[in-house]
Design a protein around this ligand. Structure first.
Ligand code: HEM
Length: 467
């Protein structure tokens, strides 16, 4: 008989199990609440199916060991395959396409490749800053809306060489960019909800046509990008060039036209996490004005009165601390899925924490970053926003399991250098050039049911610094 500690589980109800412990329209918020109650590990059972959730840094580090565990592609990730098929994010671990796409795309997202687009990111950010400086100090805005537009603009320009003018362009250009963002959001949010609907037929009968329409609008946008490149030949050797022309160095494979569209559509889905994080940074900064003062001192020391350059970025260590502390407390990408690597003919249970816990050989697990990132065993006063703990040696000393906001191992975020540059540049410029005021100073972080965590209904007033 096993001496393992039973994995905690909410009591649930007969037959249906824990169906009422997770709100299908806001799954990640329910998991955050359960992590706060149960701690390092817990499980739920729904109609006989068990899912284990890991919410401590130590256990997260253990199940990020790629000799024992791998990414699990299931639930919403499988549903997103209706949109982007076997693209990087949604490919099963065993699919050959993952390696081909990864080898092609990774060189376009190295720190050097990202730096080569620095001036384009700066120009897109100028558009946002100009827009926000001229709004009028009494105007209330939801910063996430414009930051989403900025992210789409910067992703499309730097990776695919096309300007949308969707941040501060004509009303028609902004409307077109918003339609792309809406199609992306409609398709991905429907993908999140489909696995949790108890009556599967509803997915087809009630929600099927809206899902298909969103997918077709979002794919049409990617087709436009390819057409635009064909009609406007250029020497740019950007990600679009790679997707359309290059061959995998290992297999000689080239992407099909449909796979090119899959990967174009995948990138804004991945990068949509970044504006959610910047919006959270604005919220945390308003709650901690002393951090703004310190960051301004650093930016003045590093850049003086000059515009930011790529060389300034690694020297903005305190701003880097703000970004990391924001990633920790926002858990903007709220988690990722893991399973034990299948072993032929071995169905023995898998032990965790040196045998303290025991799980099935094929157990699906989800890392809940709301628990991991705020683990009291790692962070003193885990809810406090303290950029200092995310800089220099203090940051280096943190266990690897507490730094998983970009995922893990070979399936770690391929866009993390792009994201880093976006997060540091945009956060530094907002701090340096603008003053924000919260519309509701006692606003409490609320999340809707999307796959990224974003502060819903958070409003600010914004003006040029010191105006
Ligand atoms: C704050 C910004 C970001 C965060 C926190 C973030 C987080 C993550 C996480 C946690 C994963 C792992 C998902 C899993 O294991 O299922 C991931 C994967 C991925 N991300 Fe990001 N991401 C960010 C920005 C970006 C950007 C800017 C891009 C593209 C330019 C991107 C593209 C991707 C792709 C394609 C994958 C799948 C990689 C693979 O499985 O090979 N992400 N990201």
């Amino acid at each position: 008989m096993s001496s393992a500690t039973p994995i905690p589980q909410p009591p649930g109800v007969p037959i249906l199990g824990n169906v009422f412990d997770v709100d299908p329209s806001n799954t990640w918020w329910s998991l955050k609440t359960l992590a706060e109650k149960y701690g390092e590990i817990f499980q739920i059972k729904v109609l006989g199916h068990t899912i284990v959730f890991v919410a401590s840094a130590a256990l997260a580090e253990e199940i990020c060991d790629e000799k024992r565990f791998q990414k699990y592609v299931g639930g919403p990730v499988v549903e997103i395959r209706a949109l982007v098929h076997d693209s990087l994010f949604t490919a099963y671990d065993h699919e050959e396409s993952w390696g081909i796409h990864h080898r092609l795309i990774a060189p376009q997202l190295t720190p050097e490749a990202v730096n080569s687009h620095f001036s384009e990111l700066l120009a897109c950010t100028d558009e946002l800053i100009t827009k926000w400086k001229t709004l009028g100090a009494a105007t209330k805005i939801q910063p996430l809306e414009d930051l989403n537009r900025l992210n789409l603009e910067a992703t499309t320009l730097t990776l695919f060489g096309k300007k949308l003018n969707g941040v501060n362009g004509s009303a028609e250009d902004i409307r077109k960019a918003d339609a792309v963002l809406k199609a992306m959001e409609d398709s991905t949010s429907e993908a999140i909800k489909r696995p949790t609907r108890p009556i599967k037929l509803l997915n087809t009968l009630v929600y099927g046509s809206k899902f298909k329409k969103a997918i077709s609008t979002y794919r049409a946008w990617a087709v436009d990008i390819v057409d635009y490149r064909k009609k406007n030949p250029t020497d740019r050797k950007d990600l679009l060039y790679t997707l359309m022309n290059q061959t995998d160095p290992e297999t000689g494979a080239k992407l099909t036209d449909a796979q090119v569209i899959d990967e174009i559509d995948t990138m804004p889905i991945g990068s949509s996490t970044a504006p959610c994080a910047v919006t959270c940074a604005i919220l945390f900064l308003l709650q901690n004005p002393q951090v703004i003062t310190k960051a301004r001192e650093e930016i003045d020391t590093v850049a003086g009165t000059s515009p930011l350059t790529a060389e300034h970025i690694p020297r903005l260590q305190y701003v880097a601390g703000i970004v990391r502390e924001t990633l920790r407390l926002s858990f903007a990408a709220p988690g990722f899925n893991i399973e034990p690597i299948p072993k032929k003919d071995d169905k023995s249970p898998v032990l965790l924490a040196g045998g303290k816990y025991q799980i099935a050989h094929n157990q699906t697990m989800i890392i809940v970053l709301a628990g991991v990132n705020r683990d009291p065993a790692v962070f003193d006063d885990p809810l406090a926003f303290r950029p200092e703990r995310m800089t220099g040696e203090a940051f280096e000393r943190l266990p690897a399991g507490a730094k998983k906001w970009f995922g893990n191992g070979k399936r770690e975020c391929i866009g993390k250098h792009w994201a880093w540059q976006f997060l540091v540049v945009v956060t530094a410029r907002l701090i340096r050039e603008l003053d924000f005021e919260a519309v509701n100073p006692s606003y409490q972080f609320k999340q809707d049911g999307w796959f990224n965590v974003r502060p819903v209904g958070f409003e600010v007033k914004v003006k040029a610094r010191g105006a």
